[in-house]
Design a protein around this ligand. Structure first.
Ligand SMILES: Nc1nc2c(ncn2[C@@H]2O[C@H](COP(=O)(O)OP(=O)(O)OP(=O)(O)O)[C@@H](O)[C@H]2O)c(=O)[nH]1
Length: 207
């Protein structure tokens, strides 16, 4: 059953993660103002933002519901935040803030939460958050300065990457690694299964 899979995200890491897993998503960026959303905790914030992104893209498509009730289109929205000391952190707003974040993170442990919202064109939808514990190396001030100067911390949630320059600064994780990069493949598989869609049916036939 060929599905139209839409990734409601500008994240290059989410797109490459899905492609490496054999999927061929279209990208439609939601462009939502993330500052408008507040939530009780970091995990809920990530989920609410994922929901807003997926719903915004779904509204823009406004396709008629699948007449047979069987879905033909799958929209996936995600949002990632780092929880540290009970606070939720997205992308740092400046290099100075990125330095402050790392001075607080180094040698400590945070939780990277990624909210996932899946909306089908037959009206069904599911939202869940995956959380991965992340242990950070005890960076020196010079390392923090050098890392922030690369610019990488400024464009990623939590001011770090697992699969980029930041990889040297993550000493370990507990949970799904892809969730840290921005989209949890095992969680997405489970959500689609619960929505009646088999993961293998999303593998691109043009592999
Ligand atoms: N490559 C990589 N990217 C990461 C990592 N951690 C977080 N990110 C990225 O940081 C960004 C988090 O910001 P979000 O607001 O969730 O997503 P975005 O990139 O702004 O894109 P939208 O979904 O359109 O809002 C995403 O692009 C994540 O893929 C990581 O370990 N590796």
């Amino acid at each position: 059953m060929p599905y139209r899979l839409i990734l409601a995200s500008a994240s290059p890491a989410r797109l490459s993660t899905l492609r490496q897993a054999g999927l061929s998503p279209e990208v439609i960026v939601s462009g939502v103002d993330e500052s408008q959303v507040v939530a009780a905790d970091a995990a809920e914030l990530a989920l609410q933002l994922a929901r807003l992104k997926a719903a915004t893209v779904a509204d823009g498509l406004q396709d008629d519901p699948a007449p047979t009730g069987l879905p033909s289109m799958i929209i996936v929205g995600c949002d990632s935040v780092l929880e540290l000391d009970g606070e939720a952190y997205g992308k740092p707003d400046s290099a100075e803030i990125a330095v402050q974040r790392w001075q607080a993170m180094r040698g400590r442990t945070g939780v990277l939460h990624t909210g996932h919202q899946v909306i089908l064109d037959n009206g069904r939808q599911l939202g869940r958050t995956a959380s991965t514990v992340v242990h950070f190396a005890d960076l020196s001030d010079a390392e923090i300065t050098a890392y922030v100067e690369t610019g990488e911390p400024l464009v990623v949630a939590g001011a770090f990457t697992l699969d980029g320059l930041g990889g040297a600064f993550v000493t370990g994780i507990e949970g799904d690694p892809h969730n840290v990069v921005g989209i949890s493949l095992p969680l997405l598989r489970e959500m689609l299964l619960d929505l009646g869609i088999a993961w293998r049916d999303l593998w691109s036939t043009t592999r």
